[in-house]
Design a protein around this ligand. Structure first.
Ligand code: XMP
Length: 250
């Protein structure tokens, strides 16, 4: 990822998300996605998929083909599936996504290690792919879960949930963590825990109110941008502007 961002001179990740389409319009989603990817490709280092395209296009027919295109453009491909189940299910999910060409996927540390995310890390590292852990999300209600104060049942020690997740990212050797751009103070705190060992991926720029400069200054390495680009009248120009502002902040 680091090398790709250097080569592409961009740390912007396109979230290739579109709004719900009625059945008669769903076939157009593939060409719409392809068109935006072609237009925006010079200004990004990776493309991130979510259920927005996996559900209507399918993993192997539609999304895998877009992954191939992204790779041919020198981009990385991330699946934002937030793996969040028992270990054997998580493992199967990860195997399908990696075999569809994804370089990394997102996972939720709430499920823990043994029979939780360990099988995902095992598969990822066997295939030399990545796992990016959610540490602090970008939406308003995030404090209800990721912001809780938790108490270690064995030691009685109190800590914040997201601080504990950042420490788990180090312990589990994660390839990245997600911290919302809408909370630059959390990015800073998590960055202090992780240092340069694990990069921070930050969604929430634009549509959710997060700011490029404050996220980068706080320690984010990569910015994830979706609707601000995909719903823009001129996605290429919007992506270029975001890339330029981000590069000026370096
Ligand atoms: P927008 O349109 O808001 O899209 O720029 C952001 C994309 O990123 C996803 N997202 C997150 N993914 N942790 C994640 O793993 C988060 O905190 C988070 N916030 C937003 C969102 O679903 C969309 O695909």
């Amino acid at each position: 990822m680091e090398q790709t961002a250097k080569d592409k001179k961009s740390n912007i990740i396109l979230a290739l998300d579109f709004l719900f389409e009625k059945p008669e319009n769903r076939e157009k989603l593939f060409s719409k996605a392809e068109r935006i990817l072609n237009a925006v490709e010079p200004y990004i280092c990776a493309v991130k998929f979510n259920r927005h395209l996996v559900l209507p296009l399918g993993t192997f027919n539609g999304v895998a083909k877009l992954n191939e295109k992204a790779h041919a453009m020198g981009l990385m491909a991330i699946m934002d599936c937030k793996v969040n189940d028992i270990g054997s299910t998580n493992q199967t999910i990860a195997e399908y996504y990696y075999s569809a060409g994804f370089d990394a996927l997102t996972a939720n540390p709430f499920v823990g290690w043994e029979e939780g995310l360990k099988p995902v890390f095992d598969v990822a590292h066997k295939l030399q792919r990545g796992v990016i852990l959610l540490v602090y999300m970008s939406h308003k209600a995030v404090w209800e879960g990721y912001g809780q104060t938790i108490c270690n049942a064995e030691t009685g020690e109190k800590t914040l949930q997201y601080v504990s997740f950042a420490k788990k990212a180090l312990k589990w050797n994660a390839d990245g963590v997600v911290v919302g751009a809408t909370y630059p103070e959390k990015i800073r705190e998590v960055h202090e825990t992780l240092g340069k060992k694990i990069p921070i991926y930050s969604p929430g720029i634009g549509a959710q109110g997060g700011k490029i400069e404050s996220a980068l200054k706080a320690g984010a390495s990569y910015l994830i941008v979706g609707r601000t680009i995909t719903l823009s009248e001129n996605p290429a120009e919007t992506a270029k502007n975001i890339r330029d502002v981000a590069n000026e902040c370096k």
